[in-house]
Write a protein that binds this ligand. Structure first.
Ligand SMILES: [Zn+2]
Length: 347
């Protein structure tokens, strides 16, 4: 098969187009014929060596979508030809967190016994990948491979953040900071799907149109406005009921706290919120505010997203597609900030 292989951590050029033997599905695994795989922040962090230091070579790529090509031994409940999307996290299914339905906190993920497809074991930047059958979710009619591959790392985490972490209810006001990014544009849609009014905060006016197209009710530029003041002005002085902060630096975190209404929730977003320091007086906590984070998407979140896309509540924003062999160009475009929404590699 043809695949993109990373042999040394570094710049996009380190992604090499190579011919390798097809993988063999082991016990409990399925062989996936990959059709689409997303280009997002995790692959940039992994490729550069900033995320993890795992021995290479590795075929990178998280959450591919495709068709089941072959089933390994002891797999039931699936059949060859089914259209599926892959959950990244290899959770154990048995630990305290898996048992209580919070498999993204699985103890096996924390200590890398299970790990992530596309990091701890080969991923989806390839024509074929063998994955645990337990990680497969069958795609409904009306959802394309290109759309589905954006779920595991992008749409899934923001849907989970809105529903499980921020617990957004109909009629609430939600402030999204960094709304113009690949995750932010989908967060606007997810918050709207929960019934919220969405205030989208962006730095550059370049993404204002995309925010509006994703359903933002108000778009404000952080260059022109004091975020917290504007959030209070738009809510008759109360403040917003939830903030999703995708930027999460000292400045935005302070603005986030100041923008919260009594009883509101702040969710610190992103896989790699580096260097952010949350500085606050303790008095906001007497207003019963909650501060939390959000880690990846589990199978339940992915299933929820498949339904949201199928019924039209969320429309994946695919800015550009590339052929798999052009992964270097796709990574360069991502890092240059040229992609609106997400880029997809088509296999
Ligand atoms: Zn577990």
């Amino acid at each position: 098969m043809q695949a993109i292989v990373l042999r040394e951590y570094g710049p996009p050029e380190n992604l090499k187009w190579e011919t390798l033997p097809d993988p063999e599905p082991q016990k409990g695994e399925a062989l996936l014929r990959v059709r689409a795989v997303s280009v997002d922040l995790f692959q940039m962090e992994f490729r550069s060596g900033r995320a993890l230091q795992i021995p290479l070579p590795r075929i990178i790529g998280n959450g591919p979508a495709g068709e089941i090509a072959r089933l390994g031994p002891e797999v039931s409940g699936f059949s060859v030809g089914q259209r599926v999307v892959v959950c990244n996290n290899i959770s154990c299914g048995n630990c305290k967190y898996c048992r209580m339905g919070r498999e993204t906190l699985c103890a096996g993920l924390n200590n890398h016994r299970g790990g992530m497809i596309g990091a701890h074991r080969d991923g989806g930047y390839a024509e074929f990948v063998a994955v645990p059958a337990r990680n497969l979710l069958v795609m409904p009619e009306g959802v394309s491979f290109e759309q589905a591959c954006l779920i595991p790392n992008t749409i899934g985490p923001v849907v989970k953040a809105c529903s499980a972490r921020a617990r957004i209810r109909a009629g609430e006001d939600v402030l999204i900071i960094g709304a113009g990014g690949g995750m932010g544009l989908h967060a606007i849609q997810a918050a709207r799907a929960c019934g919220a009014r969405v205030i989208a905060a962006i730095r550059s006016p370049r993404t204002a149109q995309a925010c509006a197209a994703s359903g933002a009710d108000v778009v404000i530029s952080t260059r022109d406005h004091d975020l917290a003041q504007e959030a209070r002005r738009l809510t008759e002085g109360w403040g917003v009921d939830a903030v999703l902060d995708f930027v999460a630096n000292r400045e935005t975190l302070q603005a986030s706290i100041a923008a919260l209404a009594p009883g509101a929730r702040l969710v610190i977003m992103g896989y790699f919120p580096r260097g952010g320091i949350l500085e606050t007086l303790t008095w906001p906590f007497t207003e019963e505010i909650e501060v939390t984070g959000n880690r990846s998407a589990g199978r339940q979140d992915i299933a929820q997203c498949l339904a949201l896309i199928q019924n039209g509540r969320i429309a994946p924003v695919i800015g550009r597609t590339f052929a798999l062999k052009d992964a270097v160009a796709a990574h360069k475009a991502f890092e240059a900030g040229e992609i609106v929404g997400r880029a997809v590699l088509v296999v």
